[in-house]
Design a protein around this ligand. Sequence first.
Ligand code: OFO
Length: 174
Amino acid sequence: MISEKIAKSLNRQVQLEAESSQIYLAMASWAEVEGYNGTAAFLYKHSDEERIHMLKLIKFINERGGHGVIPALAQPSLKYKGIKPLFEEVLSHEIHVSGEINKLVDICLKEKDYTTHNFLQWYVGEQIEEEALARRIIDKLKLIGDDKGGHYLFDRDVTTIESALKSEKGFRSE
Ligand code: OFO
C-alpha cells in the first residue's frame, strides 16, 4: 500500500509523462507538415513511449492501493523555429523530467517506501538514455549547421541514431 503522499507525487509524474507525450506529438505533427518525415516518425514513436511511461505509473499506483489520476493537459506549442531548436527543447524538457524523477526518488527514501523506490529505478535509467539521445542528436545538428543536404540526410537517418547509441552504450533495447 502506498501512502497518500507517495500517490500524490506519483500522480504528478503521471501528469508530466502525459505532457511529454503531448508535447512530442505536437512536435511530430509540426515536423511532418514541414516535410521532415523521418523526424516526425522519430517523435511519434517517442510520444507513444511517453504514453507507456504514464500507463506504467497509473497501473503501479492502482496496484498499490492508490488511484492513478488521468490529468487535463495544456495545449503544447504548435510551431517550432527549426529542427535544432526543437531538439533543444526536447533536451531541456528531459532534463526537467529527470529532476522530477530524482525528487520522487528522494521522497520515497524519506518516506521509507522501498517498493516505489525500486519501481522508480526504471525511470532513472530511462532518463539517462533519453538525455543522452537528445544530446547526441543536437551534436549532429551542430555539425550540420545550415547545410540543406545535411538536414536531408539527418532526417533520413535520425531513427538510426537511437539504435546506434543503444548498442554503443549498452542501453536497453526496448
Ligand atoms: Fe518518460 O521519459 Fe522522457 O520524459
